[in-house]
Design a protein around this ligand. Structure first.
Ligand SMILES: Nc1ncnc2c1ncn2[C@@H]1O[C@H](COP(=O)(O)OP(=O)(O)O)[C@@H](O)[C@H]1O
Ligand SMILES: [Mg+2]
Length: 263
């Protein structure tokens, strides 16, 4: 499964990515958790100690220059658009309880879809992870999909937009949904997070008209407390485990049905 999690800041993307990845690790399935949020903190949600967090790939100047063969030729910058990347997931990820954490970092470009050596390397790496690698891949994205190209989008089995009780997160979800269609994401689902009562879920569903809500995570004070105290997401927590199992199973069923329909 190749999943991309998106949604407004603070809705719970990183929490859900960590929980889904940990569930797969418990099931002994190979999974790469990718921190693709420039302001990412997936490492801490997974419980990777600060001094073991890998350097973001986008910041590895020498690697980028070496792989893209970038050189300044006066008239313009020349570099390879298809650098070798297949060794990078193993070389630059850190293993945490059976999950490989890969940190991508930011491309300093000031524009989207930067045509620079860093952008070329990250794009090639994203395509490798989504189109060629056999492991499950779960992407913890920044709010939207702005930096995902069409080629990568075709490798995403499902985009999950996280929303919380609040119309601002719904507005973000609706904007992302439109973008997802434009770049060719096959399936888009919504997970409602931080739900305390049925009224909230009903209101969100109504506001998300047309977007498929496949599950929800209740507001769970232990999750907020864990973050406050700098502790990772704990998949042994019964409430979290049950909610995440339900979400993952619904998702897997949906995707299976789609494959049958498509075949
Ligand atoms: N279901 C929940 N119940 C309570 N707190 C939650 C829940 N989900 C996430 N949180 C808390 O909300 C904050 C933001 O979550 P995070 O996963 O970092 O969001 P994002 O990655 O979308 O910015 C964190 O402090 C997290 O612990
Ligand atoms: Mg996050």
């Amino acid at each position: 499964m190749k999943l991309a999690l998106v949604g407004k800041g603070g809705v719970g993307k990183t929490t859900l990515v960590a929980a889904l990845a940990k569930r797969l690790a418990v099931l002994e399935q190979p999974v790469v958790a990718v921190d693709a949020d420039p302001d990412g903190n997936l490492a801490s949600a997974l419980g990777v100690p600060e001094d073991a967090v890998p350097e973001p790939i986008a910041h590895m100047r020498d690697l980028i220059l070496q792989r893209t063969g970038a050189e300044d030729r006066g008239a313009g910058l020349m570099f390879k658009l298809n650098p070798k990347v297949d060794d990078l997931p193993d070389r630059f990820s850190v293993d945490t309880g059976g999950i490989k954490l890969l940190v991508l970092g930011t491309v300093e470009s000031g524009g989207k879809g930067c045509m620079c050596p860093e952008g070329a390397l990250l794009k090639a790496l994203m395509q490798h992870l989504l189109l060629r690698l056999d492991d499950h891949v779960i992407l913890d994205m920044e709010a939207g999909l702005e930096h995902m190209g069409r080629a990568s989008a075709t490798g995403v089995d499902a985009m999950i937009t996280v929303v919380e009780p609040g119309m601002r997160s719904v507005q973000t979800a609706t904007r992302i949904q439109k973008l997802a269609r434009e770049i060719g994401i096959k399936s888009a689902f919504v997970v409602a997070n931080k739900i305390t009562e049925g009224y909230e879920l009903d209101t969100l569903k109504r506001a998300l008209s047309g977007q498929l809500v496949i599950g929800m995570l209740p507001y769970h004070a232990e999750l907020a407390r864990a973050d406050l105290e700098g502790r990772p997401v704990d998949i042994n927590d019964r409430i979290l485990a049950e909610a995440v199992n339900r979400i993952a199973e619904t998702l897997e069923q949906r995707l299976d049905n789609q494959h049958i329909t498509a075949g």
